[in-house]
Design a binder for this molecule. Structure first.
Ligand code: NAD
Length: 327
């Protein structure tokens, strides 16, 4: 099996590559058969980092190609010979999309279309599109199922919805073997310190303050990145073509509740929290129903939040050399 992973030097992508190649990081091993080749195609934007692949650097099955998924000539060279494309590359930070939407449309929409066209041209066996719960917008109560309509609210989530629907359209229109995953918020090691958990932890470890949006009441479902990757691997291997699978089942917390846990883990008090004006268009709550992937593919998260968060904070304590140059 030859697997092409786009965005394999980012947070989720590098976890996927480390998992495929057998690096430690979670309780359960990957449910995929041993890959023969794992090719990473990554532009190394501000959030892509070769240090994220250090644990598997010497694995002879790993190939790295630095390049842009929008570069169709390059993509045409890289795609042939792969059995599966796991498409994880994206512009991923909501706040950046509010400041400037152009890179989000370019990478997330046009980049995905470039990859889909190459997969179609070269007859790639399967295309796994990694999407997000944010494509649904915001939900006051209950949980989304895979058939709920998409109603994204930020330029980031709108660009992800565009790419998600394009991937499904290539299945419908061209009969391509496409599967889509939509996951909730991830946490874990190697996450660029602009997202809430690594930002708060690294600020606290440095003795600084942390910015809490609005009333701190926004609710997210937190899942360890290794569990996300285990879900992607299951879908890659056993998901039905043309189907969408939710990967959730973490723990729902308000940002205030999460902040309390992070303060405790970093031996800090509420005096270190600075309330800031709420994010524009801030979604109140996300919640996925993950019944489909559990019943069809036997998925269940293996890392509970208490243990996962403690291990994550410890990782940032132990790996200052990784995050200090990124701040
Ligand atoms: P990230 O920003 O850490 O990583 C993105 C990677 O993509 C980086 O390595 C970057 O260099 C690369 N990249 C960006 N633009 C590129 C381009 N034009 N060509 C090639 N490579 C490019 O993001 P992440 O948190 O790892 O998220 C990855 C994917 O997972 C995204 O599609 C996101 O929607 C999805 N996802 C993430 C989460 C989460 O909580 N992190 C949750 C659900 C879904």
């Amino acid at each position: 099996m030859r697997i092409l992973v786009t965005g394999g030097a980012g947070f989720v992508g590098s976890e996927y590559v480390r998992m495929l190649l057998g690096a430690p990081g979670g309780d359960a091993g990957p449910p995929v058969s041993e890959p023969d080749v794992v090719t990473v195609l990554d532009k190394l934007t501000y959030s892509g980092n070769l240090a994220n692949l250090a644990p598997v650097r010497d694995d002879t099955r790993l190939r790295f190609v630095r390049g842009d998924i929008r570069d169709s000539a390059l993509v045409d060279q890289v795609v042939p010979g792969h059995d599966v494309i796991v498409h994880i590359a994206a512009e991923s930070h909501v706040d950046r999309s509010i400041a400037s939407a152009a890179p989000f449309v370019a990478t997330n929409v046009l980049g995905t279309q470039t990859l889909l066209d190459a997969a179609l041209r070269h007859g790639t066996g399967r295309f796994v599109h990694v999407s997000t719960d944010e494509v649904y917008g915001s939900i006051e109560s209950g949980s989304w199922t895979e058939t709920c309509p998409l109603a994204p609210n930020s330029p980031y989530s709108a660009s992800k919805a565009g790419s998600d629907l394009l991937a499904l359209a290539y299945h419908r229109t061209h009969g391509m073997d496409v599967v889509v995953t939509r996951c909730s918020n991830n946490y874990g090691p190697y996450q660029f310190p602009e997202k809430l958990i690594p930002l708060f932890v690294t600020n606290l470890l440095d003795g600084g303050t942390v910015p809490l949006y609005g009333d701190g009441g926004n609710i997210r479902d937190w899942l360890h990145v290794r569990d996300h990757c285990r879900g992607i691997a299951l879908v890659q291997q056993q998901g039905r073509a043309g189907e969408v699978y939710h990967i959730g089942g973490g723990t729902e917390l308000t940002n205030k509740q999460l902040t309390a846990r992070l303060l405790e883990a970093c031996d800090a008090g509420w005096d270190r929290v600075v309330p800031v004006t709420d994010r524009k268009g801030h979604d109140r709550r996300y919640s996925l129903d993950s019944t489909k992937i559990s019943t069809e593919l036997g998925y269940a998260p293996s890392i509970d939040l208490e243990r996962g968060l403690a291990a994550t904070v410890q990782w940032y304590r132990d790996n200052r050399a990784w995050w200090e140059p990124l701040r």
